[in-house]
Write a new protein. Structure first.
Length: 435
């Protein structure tokens, strides 16, 4: 069967060939969509860079000294909706000036105010030029992450760094990250730096790196949870240090902006449920639950999300409680792979481009593939299923929503990516615990 190990040359060639075809087809269709569009909008009316428009907005408001109004918002109650719709009117007007007066697909800047500092240098340029520079930066950061993973994991050194870098783009979320102008390359670099530091017993540095995820704190929950339950006090101190430094900077130099951001924070989940937001692309426990129950009962969504989150954290406790830190390198590395994988699912906002962060746990799996295969002969099968689901899962959700809408039923959908990624992590979990 194709999922035997070692992999046959025939399987390697076919897998590589199919992956290249899918990647080239995806990129070609994206470029064609841009070419057939008008101005800075694609053929389907999507702005160039999509989410980079939000980052550019934040950077521009900072440079224009108007960051204090960026979170100005209004709520519009809709009788047939389960939640109120939140709109950022000043941001929408700014984005209309860039994309065009008919633009309505707001890409809101909802990062903490200090994040605007990261995007401000790019806002010095016109939008298209800024997007190009942003893309080049993220391409470079992805290469740095690849080099870090290759240095830490000996199995990866059997492949040239350029081939490893190329292989990252055979994974659809990586392509999606660049199409959306997202910042996942920055998060991946922080993950890799944190993993490397923890692996080399440099806990303070690891915690400091992890604290930088105050930019997107939900993506730090998994690793932070393990650091706490294993009482890696130097890592905790490092995390507190970077968080305090960022917090003090925000309090001193951005007090009004910080208060405005804290005011909207409780409503961010409502934003993910807004009619104009593509909830079908969210692959977290929250997204999985919302697609099933939001159109019937929001309370069920919240209950299922909480249940899945607490259950996953409990499994992580079981995974780590008897392990001596860094005592058995194989078990430690694979436990970190599980932690990174499940930690992503815990994050409420996990859009399909964020799944690019799975490149790190995937690299760890590759390092120990023979060890894993000896304990579960279907590990390659589940890796393959996960790869396919990351490509098609969200599109299948859109299809399900469309079918239910056409039939006049409540729009519900089963998000395949979430349970598949959870089970892949569970496969690693069982292998480690049985060793």
């Amino acid at each position: 069967m194709f999922f035997q190990y070692p992999l046959t040359q025939d399987f390697k060639k076919r897998a590589l060939g199919y992956s290249i075809i899918m990647a080239v087809l995806t990129i070609s269709l994206y470029l064609l969509n841009l070419i057939m569009g008008t101005g800075l909008e694609s053929y389907f009316g999507v702005p160039l860079g999509v989410d980079f428009l939000a980052f550019y907005t934040g950077g521009s408001f900072y440079l224009n000294d108007t960051l204090s109004i960026i979170y100005n918002h209004v709520f519009i109650e809709q009788p047939d909706a389960n939640v109120s719709q939140i709109f950022f009117t000043d941001q929408l007007e700014f984005q209309k000036n860039i994309i065009g007066p008919e633009f309505t697909k707001l890409s809101p800047f909802i990062n903490p105010p200090f994040a605007a500092l990261l995007y401000a240098p790019f806002a010095n340029f016109d939008y298209a030029t800024a997007y190009i520079f942003w893309t080049l930066l993220n391409l470079a950061l992805l290469l740095v992450s690849v080099l870090i993973m290759r240095k830490e994991l000996p199995k990866l050194r059997e492949v040239s760094p350029y081939k490893l870098y190329f292989c990252c783009f055979l994974f659809f979320p990586t392509i999606a990250c660049f199409m959306y102008g997202q910042a996942a390359s920055i998060i991946l670099l922080i993950y890799c730096l944190c993993f490397k530091a923890l692996r080399n017993d440099r806990d303070f540095s690891a915690g400091f790196y992890l604290g930088l995820l105050l930019l997107k704190p939900q993506l730090a929950v998994g690793v932070a949870f393990i650091i706490i339950i294993k009482w890696r006090w130097q890592a905790i101190l490092g995390g507190i240090t970077s968080v305090i430094l960022i917090g003090l900077f925000s309090i001193i130099f951005m007090p009004n902006e910080l208060l405005a951001y804290l005011e909207i924070t409780p409503h961010l989940l409502d934003l993910l449920r807004a009619d104009y937001y593509p909830t079908w692309g969210i692959n977290s426990f929250f997204g999985f639950a919302a697609l099933l129950f939001d159109h019937t009962n929001v309370a069920l969504t919240n209950a299922l999300t909480l249940t899945l989150t607490v259950s996953t954290l409990f499994l992580l406790i079981l995974l780590w409680r008897e392990q001596i830190w860094l005592n058995e390198r194989t078990k430690w590395d694979l436990s970190m792979a599980v932690t990174f994988c499940w930690g992503l699912l815990i994050s409420p906002h996990l859009y399909y481009y964020d799944l690019m962060l799975l490149l790190l746990p995937t690299a760890i799996i590759i390092q120990y593939l023979p060890w894993l295969y000896a304990r579960n002969s279907r590990i390659i099968l589940w890796i393959t299923i996960a790869w396919i689901s990351c490509y098609l899962g969200s599109q299948l959700s859109v299809l399900q929503l469309g079918i239910f809408n056409t039939l006049g039923f409540p729009e519900i959908s089963f998000q395949f990516i979430t349970p598949i990624l959870f089970y892949l992590g569970y496969t690693l979990y069982k292998s480690v615990r049985s060793a």
